[in-house]
Design a protein around this ligand. Structure first.
Ligand code: UD1
Ligand code: UDP
Length: 383
């Protein structure tokens, strides 16, 4: 084949961040790939922030987001929309990322048209059906639908091997999030965002994000109440909380934390200022997936607001700890880190189990090998 047409499909903020460096690289002329981009826009504003930063103009924008959409609606709209794009473009391969509903629906649309699927960030598992929900099952489904699997770590590769995926269809590449992170973190980054004006970075800054479906309702109430308790207990602590656009969360956050001194409830930040805030904060509290990968690379301790994680590598390295979503456990976990300097220093070591910044290059190379443009597969990321 002289030219291979790839169609990258994504729809939410984290997929866009992690696919952007790959899309940019596949677009250069090193390999005979034509790359087309379709966004479902399962997210709107939070996706557009990323497209703008990385200067990506999608070839197709399905614009499916609706306020308070449910999983079935997103699935149906993404499946129909991506199927139509595949019918029109007739790509040789569809590239999807991670575990969202867009990911699962795009892989299914590709399967229905008998188009091979490559899965970026493959093999992450908790083996708990409802945690994270629905992402755990989305990943399993794409594991079955996929033809090529780009695993970030050895452990994720082992998960796929144990599930019967042939070894020659798996490449351990590292996570593209580290490539993205390294492209935007700068030691002398100058913040121009008005929402950060009131933040006193000479205090101990806790950066928090929370949005997971399994934490909606009572667990979120516990999380937000724990934050209020922490800030009251420690007068030298400031909290920065860029609040996800989901209206269900926003109402609850406001009800508990609006007007609390030293708590900055702000709009989602663009990726560059966000990770540069992370680079300057004292510690991170999150139920997000991506932050569990980024913060260890920046030497920031992370307390994870979940009962289980599909990213156990940084837990094993000692820089990430699971505290769950109960108020007393969160307050205890944060207090320990704020009071015990030895413990803090042990967790505040920069570790990079998720990548070395070369994941994109390995994925391009692996695709070139699959399509017989390269005689050998890439060397693996040694996690
Ligand atoms: C989705 C993914 C989740 C991922 C997360 C990243 C699924 C099932 N969930 O969850 O895996 O971790 O994105 O953030 O795929 N909204 C806006 N503007 C935006 C984005 C969202 O207004 O730019 C609001 C809308 O009301 C939307 C709601 O948030 O209906 C929920 O968005 P949705 O994509 O369904 O779920 P997330 O919780 O964002
Ligand atoms: N992020 C961002 N701005 C914010 C909050 C997060 O750019 O205000 C980035 C963050 O650095 C990470 C990604 O968004 O790369 C994580 O997205 P999210 O938490 O929405 O999804 P998850 O990782 O849980 O799937």
């Amino acid at each position: 084949m002289s030219q291979v047409k790839l169609l990258a499909v994504f729809g939410t903020r984290p997929e866009a961040i992690k696919m952007a460096p790959l899309v940019k690289s596949l677009g250069d002329k090193r390999f005979p790939f034509t790359i087309k981009v379709a966004v479902t826009a399962q997210h709107r504003e939070m996706l557009d922030q990323v497209l703008q930063l990385f200067q990506i103009s999608p070839d197709y924008d399905l614009n499916i987001m609706q306020a308070e959409q449910d999983l079935a609606q997103v699935t149906v709209r993404a499946l129909e929309g991506v199927s139509a794009v595949i019918r029109e473009e007739r790509p040789d391969m569809v590239l999807v990322h991670g575990d969202t509903t867009t990911t699962m629906a795009a892989a299914l649309a590709a399967f229905y048209s008998r188009t091979p699927v490559a899965h970026v960030e493959a093999g992450l598992r908790t083996y708990c059906k409802y945690a994270p929900f629905p992402e755990e099952i989305n990943r399993h489904l794409v594991g079955v639908l996929g033809d090529l699997h780009f695993c970030p770590t050895q452990r994720t590769r082992e998960n796929l091997l144990a599930e019967g995926v042939p070894a020659e269809r798996i490449n351990v590449t590292g996570n593209t999030v580290i490539d993205a992170l390294l492209s935007v973190v700068q030691p002398d980054y100058h913040f121009t965002e008005p929402e950060l004006d009131g933040v006193n970075f000479s205090r101990r800054v806790i950066l928090i994000t929370a949005h997971r479906r399994e934490n909606w309702g009572a667990p979120m109430e516990d999380i937000f109440t724990a934050l209020r308790e922490v800030v009251c207990r420690y007068p030298d602590v400031e909290i920065i909380f860029p609040v996800h656009k989901n209206p269900r969360l926003r109402q609850q956050v406001r009800a508990i934390l609006h007007g609390v001194p030293r708590v900055h409830l702000i709009e989602p930040l663009e990726y560059a200022p966000f990770v540069n805030v992370m680079a300057r904060c004292h510690l991170v509290l999150t139920d997000s997936g991506g932050l569990q990968e980024e913060a260890p690379a920046l030497g920031k301790p992370v307390l994870v607001l979940r009962e289980v994680t599909e990213r156990p590598e940084a837990v094993a390295a000692g820089t990430v700890k699971l505290v769950g979503s109960r108020q007393e456990n969160i307050v205890a976990g944060v207090s320990e880190l704020l009071e015990d300097d030895n413990l803090y220093q042990q967790m505040a070591r920069a570790v990079n189990p998720y990548g070395d910044g070369k994941a994109v290059s390995r994925i391009c190379h692996a695709l070139a090998y699959y399509w017989e443009f390269s005689p050998q597969p890439p060397e693996e990321f040694d996690s």
